[in-house]
Design a protein. Structure first.
Length: 92
């Protein structure tokens, strides 16, 4: 199973150029996990740029994969990995 960062989801739905391996991972929904926070971040981003239709389409697409709910254990692990790999929580 693969997890795609929210920023890459946004680039994909905007039609921006991203690596083909990312596109392949996104389009292979049977092997894709989507953390619930990604739904929030992608939806918020498209709403903030007044792209409601794109937001609805992207959220629908993302929910076809396996959506992972945020539990305390996952949140704690995510924080540790974020620190270890210097990953931000939010996107610009």
């Amino acid at each position: 199973m693969k997890i795609i960062d929210s920023s890459l989801w946004i680039e994909y739905f905007l039609g921006n150029e991203i690596d083909i391996s990312i596109i392949d991972a996104i389009e292979d929904k049977s092997n894709l996990c989507v953390p619930i926070i990604c739904l929030f971040e992608v939806h918020k981003k498209f709403l903030s740029i007044n792209e409601v239709k794109k937001s609805d389409l992207s959220i629908s697409f993302m929910q076809d994969a396996t959506v992972i709910n945020l539990t305390p254990q996952i949140a704690i692990l995510a924080a540790k990995l974020s620190k270890q790999y210097q990953l931000p929580m939010q996107i610009a």
